[in-house]
Design a protein around this ligand. Structure first.
Ligand SMILES: Cc1cc2nc3c(=O)[nH]c(=O)nc-3n(C[C@H](O)[C@H](O)[C@H](O)COP(=O)(O)OP(=O)(O)OC[C@H]3O[C@@H](n4cnc5c(N)ncnc54)[C@H](O)[C@@H]3O)c2cc1C
Length: 417
């Protein structure tokens, strides 16, 4: 059981050189039998394990991760959290997630560094303005606050933007979700891991799942590089590798995997106190607590498992960023990286049962699943524990690709997919 993090324990630790801290989570070895096995130790897998134990009292749970926890997209994203979606089903889902984020540091006793500095979406044309007033109105009708902004109001929130009428990307206005912002991605993974481990969950790293054990058409366990383990139910939360695992289990997913890239500059003094997103170009920019300018891109134009990100996209995104923030041209770039994201045709997730008995899945978050980690874990845990879909997840079933009841969030998912 890890010590609780508090001002008092810090003070006590100071007297002993801060040497009393135990590891935040226990590194477990695979046991032969569990109630639930979760494949994938990203944020969604770890949150699922935590809520299984916390909300449903299911603690014979293993999270099996082929690398290190949070080493997939959870540790590669640009940390933006928001709930500015178009359709009521998505608004309910993502806003519940944001509400969970708002209380997560307390719930996990781990500072996830949530910073609700707001998200400003830029309109570069009359067409963008029209689309954004529809978008902001849809949010309000779903009970989520959204503020239309004039060009001057945009300038007050992001003074470093080039607002001149002759700018390459002129800013005509936009809108803002004030409750949006960022949270520290590693902290979200580590906070869930620590809290889950304290509740008895086994976290097993460097352990790739290579196959599923099937009996009479049901999944009854997994085969891994460290041996096999059986379970009553198995959940997959493997993001860009979901369709690889689905193929192993014997079904197909409507998921295509693409590289999504981001980059950061050297740290500079505070210059940008909000998140700026330009849906027209796919570029979005924020400043991290360390001072780095964080630039996120759109998807590569072709499916791939190569975790690099194409040069053409990097070039386009830097050009768009510099057109919006000319002063950033003086910055040196520090790092560029990519993750493999799981894109579904309607840009909405899949959370629930698969065609194989006892096997459940959480995937399809594409470019925007960091913000959904709390709700993804909450709803997958619910279906794994009870066998019934959580009401929030009901519209997001795999069967919508048979019935045609798609939830097309391509416009509001933020990036061009
Ligand atoms: C560059 C970039 C920027 C992004 N920016 C944002 C953002 O600002 N806001 C936002 O909301 N979202 C963002 N996202 C998307 C977000 O990061 C993902 O949707 C989210 O992290 C998915 O979480 P996850 O737990 O499902 O997946 P992951 O964190 O990828 O975890 C899946 C895990 O499964 C493991 N795995 C795969 N196969 C196996 C196997 N066979 N056996 C065992 N383990 C396996 C992987 O190693 C991985 O650790 C971004 C993504 C990228 C790449």
């Amino acid at each position: 059981m890890p010590s609780s993090y508090s001002a008092w324990s810090l003070l006590r630790g100071a007297l002993s050189g801060q040497r009393h801290w135990p590891p935040a989570w226990a590194d477990a070895t695979l046991k032969p039998r569990y109630d639930v096995i979760i494949v994938g130790g990203g944020g969604h897998g770890l949150a699922t394990a935590y809520y299984l134990a916390k909300n449903h009292g299911v603690s014979r749970v293993a999270v099996i991760e082929r690398g290190w926890i949070g080493g997939g997209n959870t540790g590669r994203n640009t940390t933006i959290v928001r709930s500015n979606y178009l359709y009521p089903e998505s608004a309910r889902l993502y806003d519940f997630s944001l509400q969970l984020y708002e209380g997560l540091s307390q719930a996990l006793n781990f500072n996830i560094m949530l910073s609700q500095r707001g998200l400003v979406l830029l309109a570069h044309s009359r067409h963008d303005l029209d689309a954004m007033s529809r978008w902001a109105n849809a949010m309000r009708m779903n009970g989520i606050a959204a503020e239309p902004l004039t060009r001057e109001q945009v300038g007050e929130l992001a003074p470093a933007l080039d607002l001149s009428p002759t700018a390459r990307l002129p800013v005509l206005g936009g809108f803002c979700q004030r409750r949006a912002g960022s949270a520290r991605h590693d902290a979200v993974a580590w906070g869930y891991a620590r809290a889950a481990s304290a509740l008895g969950v086994d976290i097993i790293q460097n352990c790739e799942v290579v196959d599923f054990i099937r009996e009479s058409g049901k999944v009854v366990g997994v085969m891994t590089r460290q041996g096999s383990a059986r379970a009553d139910r198995v959940g997959i939360a493997a993001a860009g590798h979901s369709s690889v695992l689905a193929k192993l289990a014997g079904f197909r997913l409507p998921v295509t995997s693409y590289a999504l890239q981001a980059m950061v500059s050297e740290p500079v003094k505070p210059v940008l106190d909000t998140v700026v997103l330009s849906p027209g170009t796919g570029a979005y920019v924020s400043q991290s607590d360390k001072g780095e300018i964080v630039i996120g891109a759109m998807l590569d134009l072709f499916p791939s498992y190569a975790q690099r990100g194409s040069f053409a996209v990097a070039q386009a995104i830097i050009a768009a960023t510099l057109a919006m923030f000319p002063s950033f041209s003086r910055l040196n770039m520090l790092r560029q990286w990519a993750g493999i994201v799981d894109v579904v045709h309607d840009s909405s997730p899949i959370i629930g049962p698969t065609p194989i008995d006892n096997l459940f899945i959480n995937c399809g978050w594409g470019t925007g699943g960091f913000k959904a980690i709390p709700v993804g874990g909450w709803t997958l845990a619910h279906v794994l524990a009870t066998g019934r879909n959580h009401p929030l997840a009901e519209p997001f079933q795999l069967e919508r690709f048979v019935t045609g009841r798609l939830i097309d969030e391509a416009a509001a998912s933020g990036i061009a997919h």
